[in-house]
Design a binder for this molecule. Sequence first.
Ligand SMILES: C[S@@+](CC[C@H](N)C(=O)[O-])C[C@H]1O[C@@H](n2cnc3c(N)ncnc32)[C@H](O)[C@@H]1O
Length: 239
Amino acid sequence: MTPEAASAIERADEVLYLVTQPLTAQWIERANPRSRSLHGLYASGKPRRKTYAEMVDEVLAPVRAGREVCAAFYGHPGVFVNPGHEAIRRARGEGYRARMLPAVSALDCLVADLGIDPAATGLHSYEATDFVVHRRRPDPTASLVLWQIGVVGELGYATSPRRENLALVVDRLSRAYPRGHEVIVYEASPYPLVADPFVLRVPLEQLPDAQVPLLATLVVPPARRPRRDRALTVRLGLS
Ligand SMILES: C[S@@+](CC[C@H](N)C(=O)[O-])C[C@H]1O[C@@H](n2cnc3c(N)ncnc32)[C@H](O)[C@@H]1O
C-alpha cells in the first residue's frame, strides 16, 4: 500500500478490513487496534451480493455515528471490489466526505512479474463470468486479462476453485484464438520479496485440466499483430 493508505489506517477511529493473508490482518490490527475484519460476513450458500450489501452497511454504520472510518480491501480497493465503490457512493449520497486511496492491484503485480507493458500490446480485461455470459469479444491483437477465473459461475462464496466451468471460458476464447495458443495462469505472491508468483503457461485447450489457484488471473497474450491503417499513418506524419 502507499504511505497515504497506511496513514489512513493508522489514524481512523475505526478500520474495517477484508484481506486474504493473516499477516496483512496482523499488520492492520497492530497499526490500529480499533480494527476488525469483515470476513465473517461471508458464508457458504449466501449470495455474494448480499454479503457485499452487509459490508457496506457495516462500513456506513460508524460513519453515521460521526466516526472517521477506513475500509481496507486487499489489492486496490476499487478494482473488482463492489463494496469499496458502493460504500463511497452511499456515504457521499448521505452527505459525508469519502475518498478512495489507490493501491497495488493484481494487475499491477502481473505487469511487473510477467513483463507485460500495456503500451506495447494494448490491454483489455474482463471478469471471467461476465466474459462468458455476455459473449464479450476479445481482441486477439492485444493482451487480455480475465479476472476471477477460479470462480467462473460462482455467485456465492467459494473456498476452493470451480475449475469445471473453465471449459466455457475456453470455448469463448477459441472463437478468437487458436486452441494451441499459450495462456498464462497467474497468481501474485503475497510476499513478493521472499516467494515467487505462481505462473503456469499452458495451451488454451488444456486450461480446463490445469492447476488453477482460487485467486488466479488469466493472461491471454496477443495471438497476432494489429493491422496498421496506412492512410491514417500517413495523415499523422508517421512513416
Ligand atoms: C474480488 S477480486 C479482488 C481484486 C483486488 N482488489 C485487486 O486489486 O487485485 C479477486 C480477483 O482478483 C484477482 N486476484 C486477487 N489476488 C490475486 C493474486 N494474488 N494474483 C493474481 N490475481 C489475483 C483474481 O482474478 C481474483 O479472482
